[in-house]
Ligand binder design. Structure first.
Ligand SMILES: C[S@@+](CC[C@H](N)C(=O)[O-])C[C@H]1O[C@@H](n2cnc3c(N)ncnc32)[C@H](O)[C@@H]1O
Length: 247
């Protein structure tokens, strides 16, 4: 079962919704950065946003994930773009990171903080930031109250800890950050950037697994998730939260 999951999720440009314009918008919201900020990218996956950040700044980026194949692939892209001096990958668990306190000007995490938990991540990672450092994350968020029953059931199963924006803003304040800005990712960041390549992969794998009911179930779950987003995108989405350590 794990095999089909990795077959679906290997070699995709992204492992979550996102796009260059949103990464750029979030980065440009950060003011008074040093010329070469030290950035920690947590849950970097295949590293699309890592490489986008390397384009947006002359800073150095430490890209962390616990899945080595993503890091190996990112390492190759780093070499092909001659970024070895500024981008390094580290295999590590986001639950137990081992960097010196106050190491980074910016912590970045696209579509990955949910793994440790929005509040837990903001609290646990704060010590790695320099004073007045920034943390920027995208987090699945309830956008509209009273979703249809089907959407409610799907998300209560898939991500029961999902908050609405107001709930996340309260967590941000409680965790000791001031909010700089927040904005919702456009639908194209899901449908074109993330689900597009994934759907092509799923369609290609269906004939291969036509006699394997367990694998077909996994492929059907991918279709179901994409269709749910298409139907209910008004009710939930990824929100970028740009925060500054309040001191
Ligand atoms: C939804 S993906 C997002 C990846 C990437 N930021 C993107 O947007 O394409 C979440 C990433 O978190 C990584 N991950 C899962 N559990 C982790 C852990 N305990 N420590 C570090 N990374 C983890 C996964 O391997 C995956 O690459």
């Amino acid at each position: 079962m794990a095999d089909i999951f990795f077959e679906i999720h290997a070699d995709n440009p992204r492992e979550g919704p996102g796009d260059y314009a949103s990464t750029r918008r979030a980065f440009l919201a950060l003011k008074n950065l040093p010329g070469k900020p030290a950035i920690l990218d947590i849950g970097c996956g295949p590293g699309k946003q890592t490489l986008d950040l390397a384009q947006l700044t002359q800073g150095s980026i430490t890209a962390v994930d616990n899945h080595q194949p993503y890091l190996t692939r990112l390492d190759k892209m780093v070499i092909s773009r001659r970024l070895q001096k500024r981008v390094r990958t580290v295999k590590a668990d986001m639950f137990s990171l081992n960097f010196a306190p106050g190491s980074f000007d910016i912590i970045w995490s696209e579509g990955a903080i949910y793994i440790i938990g929005f509040e837990q991540g903001l609290v646990a990672w704060k010590k790695f930031l320099k004073l007045k450092g920034y943390i920027v994350v995208s987090e699945l968020t309830r956008l509209k109250a009273n979703p249809p029953q089907e959407a409610k059931e799907f998300w209560e199963g898939a991500y029961p800890a999902m908050h609405d924006t107001a709930g996340n803003l309260a967590i941000i304040a409680r965790a000791g950050y001031s909010l700089v800005e927040h904005f919702t990712l456009p639908e194209s960041a899901w449908l074109e950037e993330y689900y597009g390549p994934l759907q092509a992969k799923v369609e290609k794998l269906k004939p291969k697994y036509k006699n394997d009911p367990a694998a077909l179930k996994v492929l059907a779950a991918e279709d179901f998730e994409r269709n749910s987003y298409q139907k209910y995108s008004a009710y939930y989405g990824y929100v970028f939260y740009i925060m500054k350590q309040a001191g």
